[in-house]
Design a protein around this ligand. Structure first.
Ligand SMILES: NC(=O)c1ccc[n+]([C@@H]2O[C@H](COP(=O)([O-])OP(=O)(O)OC[C@H]3O[C@@H](n4cnc5c(N)ncnc54)[C@H](O)[C@@H]3O)[C@@H](O)[C@H]2O)c1
Length: 313
């Protein structure tokens, strides 16, 4: 039997699907969901839930002791677009929550940690195409600075204290079960909802803004596969590059138009354009493929098919 798992920030875009998948894999009672707010019905009905603030060390420790938690997935964070509006709140949440979980592992109260980083660790001086695992970073957003610092601390805790922390740099994630939480790639989810509702979409990024993206099923499979891998295979203890597909809003609109003839997209870039312009267009994820066997399954057209099928219900 798998030892108990705690997910912090379980009600968000990734946490919801991660919780449901871990519950079906390891048994509902072994996967404790937590967040500062309640989640959707599927999440709340499927197993144990605790209201928990990720910035409160004592409260997390209580839950860890009560359920004899062995692994923590820390999904609570403030995302890129929202973090530009509330820099200090973003920094406090993103860093303090990570220290809390890393320190629990350092104190041997838990034995394994998953913490997600992001393509936002890269910046305007990073090579844009096939961005390598190790390269110039220099992030220019509050969110990116917090993720890069987080990566450095993860590696530090692994080297100095032997903490078994694992991480991937998620690209923009596309899913239908929950809405995204304030990121720069949110357009790639909103567009499907609007295409079905109105047959048109006003995009907040320019037509040719190419970004790395991934369908949620691939992201969840990558996460669980990394956590299941034997420790000695995990050579990167900052965070692994992870690639799925790359496309522009224009290409996404063309993919949708194959199913919804006459679908129209217009472009009104806002402050998120500058964030997107500072990020890579495509990612080289060779170390993740080589070291723990990562391989994506969904391309843009398959994603479009899945999104439209599931959103239609
Ligand atoms: N979604 C993406 O495209 C994407 C891409 C790259 C990285 N990530 C990273 O993955 C992680 C999860 O992202 P997401 O898209 O699910 O985010 P989200 O915003 O959808 O969910 C975050 C959850 O954290 C919760 N939360 C906020 N403050 C909290 C606190 N103090 N205590 C406990 N919970 C709190 C929120 O209520 C929310 O349910 C984050 O670290 C994010 O940076 C996401």
């Amino acid at each position: 039997m798998h030892k108990p798992i705690l997910i912090i920030g379980a009600c968000g875009q990734i946490g919801t699907e991660l919780t449901l998948e871990l519950r079906s894999k390891y048994g509902a009672e072994n996967v404790i969901a937590s967040d500062i707010r309640e989640g959707n019905e599927a999440l709340m009905q499927s197993g144990p839930f605790e209201l928990l603030d990720a910035t409160n060390y004592a409260a997390i420790e209580d839950v860890v002791m009560h359920y004899e938690i062995d692994e923590v997935y820390l999904m609570a964070a403030m995302l890129s677009a929202t973090a530009e509006k509330f820099p200090m709140r973003a920094w406090n949440l993103n860093m303090n929550s990570l220290f809390n979980v890393l320190n629990l592992a350092k104190e041997k109260k838990i034995s394994k940690v998953f913490w997600p980083s992001s393509i936002a660790v890269f910046g305007p001086n990073t090579p844009k195409n096939d961005t390598p695992q190790s390269t110039i970073m220099e992030p220019s957003t509050v969110y990116g600075i917090s993720k890069q610092s987080g990566e450095r601390w993860c590696e530090y805790y692994h080297k100095k204290y032997g903490v078994d922390v694992r991480s991937v740099r998620y690209p923009g994630l596309i899913s239908w079960k929950t809405m995204p939480g304030g990121g720069t790639t949110d357009y790639a989810v909103e567009i499907y909802h609007e295409a079905l509702k109105k047959g048109e979409y006003e995009c907040f990024l320019d037509s040719d803004t190419e970004l790395p993206m991934m369908y949620m099923d691939d992201a969840i499979r990558a996460t669980i596969s990394l956590m299941d891998s034997p420790s000695e295979k995990i050579k990167v203890r900052s965070s692994y590059n992870l690639a799925g597909m790359n496309f522009t809003p224009k290409q996404m609109a063309e993919s949708i138009a194959k199913h919804i003839p006459g679908f129209e997209i217009s472009y009104t870039p806002d402050f998120r354009q500058e964030i997107a312009d500072s990020w890579p267009s495509s990612i080289d994820d060779a170390p993740a493929r080589k070291e723990w066997g990562w391989e994506p399954r969904f391309d843009l057209d398959q994603t479009t098919q899945e999104m439209l099928k599931n959103l239609k219900g």
